[in-house]
Ligand binder design. Sequence first.
Ligand SMILES: Nc1ncnc2c1ncn2[C@@H]1O[C@H](COP(=O)(O)OP(=O)(O)OP(=O)(O)O)[C@@H](O)[C@H]1O
Ligand SMILES: [Mg+2]
Length: 247
Amino acid sequence: MKTLVIKELRKHFGKTWALKNLNIELDPGEIFVLLGPNGAGKTTTLKLIAGLFHPTHGDIYIKGINLAKEPLKAKRMTGYIPDEPFIYNKLTGREFINFIAGIYDINKNQYESRMDALLGKLDIGEWIDDFSETYSHGMKQKVIMCQLFLHNPDLILIDEPLVGLDPKSSKSVREIFLELKAQSKTLFICTHTLSFAKEIASKIGIINKGELKFIGALSELSEISGKKDIEEIYLKLSEELPLEQEV
Ligand SMILES: Nc1ncnc2c1ncn2[C@@H]1O[C@H](COP(=O)(O)OP(=O)(O)OP(=O)(O)O)[C@@H](O)[C@H]1O
Ligand SMILES: [Mg+2]
């Protein structure tokens, strides 16, 4: 069964069509990387799949469950990491993780050993017991990432995973993503880091002005665009996109 099916997804805000007609299908074990310029519709897409926005039109199925019809069931299978990590200021990182586990009704002994390994891997030190108001962007991002290992979601949505992370942590995150892939999880990642996309993606999408211009393996994109380097492909495809955006 497909982990994610998106059918004719459209979203407008006032007069702006943030998404025009999106169709995407992802299998278990796929890492899909969505690329596109600022304002292209990447975050909107992730928020729609996470159930934080309602679509203007179209359907989203997570492991066959219609998100609009059975939102709780669909959301339980999904993990979402936003681009602006948010943690309550007066909670420590550890308290925040325990709080989220409580929301998902997960017992501490179900995740504690996995969590300890993850804290080590992400280089999360004793600061996990400090108030989150003292954290940098990258520190918050790492704590938020721990959430993914609490309820063991099949579909993982991540907006700009590398922003604010130091090189060592970026490497760990890449390794963690590949481990998740090996466990047949499906990852949907939005990023501006082309080298990361090249390294990790099994499928790449390029979106601009709410339209998916291409979707496929990097090798297919190279063939279609006649370019080999991902930066050149990206720039070429971005140039060819239509300009009108008004309703
Ligand atoms: N809550 C909102 N209200 C109104 N317009 C919005 C809202 N969220 C997004 N938009 C508009 O939708 C379009 C797509 O925005 P989105 O945030 O999805 O882009 P993005 O591809 O994630 O960009 P970036 O690379 O800068 O993060 C933009 O034109 C944006 O102004
Ligand atoms: Mg965005």
